[in-house]
Design a binder for this molecule. Structure first.
Ligand SMILES: Cc1ncc(COP(=O)(O)O)c(C=O)c1O
Length: 435
């Protein structure tokens, strides 16, 4: 199978799609659909590829997985086993990371509106880093760290104000952004001055995340140049050393056949060269570098299996083929106009008959269309439809819209399947309700 599928994907003699040596038909029978499936081999292979690329090029550097892409206890355990850090953006993510055994030193906390409770939790757990986003947070940190024996390490999230070539809703490094403090208008420098005055805080460097699903390195290299120039300026003016530097994540993946994402080695080479040359130009020692891939690790390892239900043919307009999931488990098509491909998973498709259809979700929104205009062999009620590259930002953004039950998640490896998150039940739907 192509790049969009987990590395272990193939068809068995019965023509059924298999992943990790397990037939998707047997998984659907055992666990029901919609079903999220993660291929452990793809997951661990990409974690190792990023780690190897980064640490062999820049010894002492660290890969920190962005948990927002997909997180559960088993995922946190794999992260810990593979020696990656975990980037969290809420107390909930911190909780799941700690529950999965990620060492607190390997955790970091982001967020443009961290609650007092979230900062308290991070300080109590003594996590590795807090990435400071704004002045209100600095005020809170001043108060909450006043009595600390050991200062907490912080980075400042900078807004480098760069052009980002991706969907507007996943661009974060442009001037008009809710994330980070702008370098250009002096706010970032003011944050440096304020943080330096806090005895409970150790300012160790700077961070930026310019955007997501990027297929070119321009925004990263532009941001790196500006951020390191800023770091040099802060060293000269305020004696702040650049110990840690993070250009974030954002590394794009294949969603459609023909997409050509950059490899971990390529990304790392470009980032490392940009960091090294900027540091040399400004006579700064090379800092510890942290990268934060989320999508690039979880995305390609995951796929979703749906059961086909109804068909509706609108003469001269389009044919809708509906499946038993949709925007409640994958909102990306509605939110970002994201495009997916799909195949029929329960039988070898007859390639000689192809039709153009739209795969509709089952939820009560006209916009709940999973894939608009896809060429597929005719799919009928009871067929299984597999959609690849759904490992990141799908279930993580899932909802109970229309009182739907969030799907189960299965991890497959070496012909075995392990349920790592059970399907929600009706009881879960009313668990929090009070009569
Ligand atoms: C601070 C930060 N780091 C890393 C990421 C991960 O991005 P990606 O999944 O595109 O690698 C994000 C995504 O929003 C982010 O906000």
């Amino acid at each position: 199978m192509g790049e969009v599928w987990p590395v272990t994907t193939c068809r068995n003699d019965a023509g059924e799609l298999t992943v990790g040596g397990v037939s998707l038909v047997s998984l659907a029978n055992e666990f029901g659909t919609p079903l999220y499936i993660y291929d452990e081999e793809t997951l661990r292979t990409s974690m190792r590829a990023w780690k190897h690329a980064l640490t062999s090029r820049l010894p002492g550097s660290r890969v920190v997985y962005a948990g927002k892409a997909f997180l559960c206890t088993a995922m946190a355990q794999i992260i810990a086993e593979e020696g990656l850090g975990l980037d969290c953006v809420s107390d909930g993510e911190l909780f799941v990371g700690l529950n999965g055994g990620v060492a607190s030193a390997m955790l970091s906390l982001h967020g443009n509106n961290k609650g007092r409770n979230e900062i308290e939790m991070a300080l109590e757990a003594n996590i590795g880093k807090i990435i400071v986003d704004n002045f209100d947070e600095i005020e809170m940190l001043a108060e909450l760290t006043a009595d600390r024996d050991e200062p907490i390490t912080v980075l400042i999230r900078l807004n480098p104000g760069v052009d980002v070539h991706t969907h507007k809703k996943i661009s974060t490094g442009m001037a008009d952004s809710k994330f980070g403090l702008p370098i250009a208008d002096g706010q970032a420098e003011e944050a440096v001055i304020q943080l330096q005055q806090l005895p409970g805080v150790h300012l160790a460097g700077y961070h930026a995340h310019v955007g997501s699903q990027l297929f070119d390195t321009d925004a990263h290299t532009a941001a790196i140049a500006d951020m390191i120039a800023f770091a040099a300026d802060m060293r000269a003016k305020h004696s702040v050393e650049l110990e840690i530097f993070s250009p974030g994540g954002g590394f794009g993946i294949s969603y459609l056949d023909g997409d050509a994402p950059l490899t971990p080695d390529y990304w790392v080479e470009i980032l490392a060269t940009a960091i090294e040359s900027a540091c040399t130009a400004h006579e700064l020692p090379l800092p510890m570098v942290i990268i934060e891939p989320g999508r690039a690790i979880a995305g390609p390892a995951g796929l979703t299996v749906y059961t086909v239900g109804t068909r509706k043919e609108l003469e001269g307009i389009r044919t809708y083929v509906s499946v038993d999931g949709g925007m409640a488990d994958n909102i990306r098509p509605s939110l970002y106009d994201a495009r997916y491909t799909a195949v029929i998973a329960n039988r070898e498709p007859q390639e000689d008959v192809i039709e153009n259809v739209t795969i509709a979700g089952k939820y009560c929104e006209s916009g709940d269309l999973l894939i608009e205009d896809i060429s597929l062999p005719p799919a009928h009620e009871g067929d299984l439809l597999a959609v690849p590259a759904t490992g990141a930002y799908c279930l993580a953004m899932g909802s109970n819209y229309n009182m739907s039950l969030k799907p189960a998640v299965v991890l497959v490896n070496q012909s075995a399947a392990r349920l790592i998150r059970r399907r929600e039940s009706f009881a879960d739907l009313i668990r929090l309700d009070l009569p």
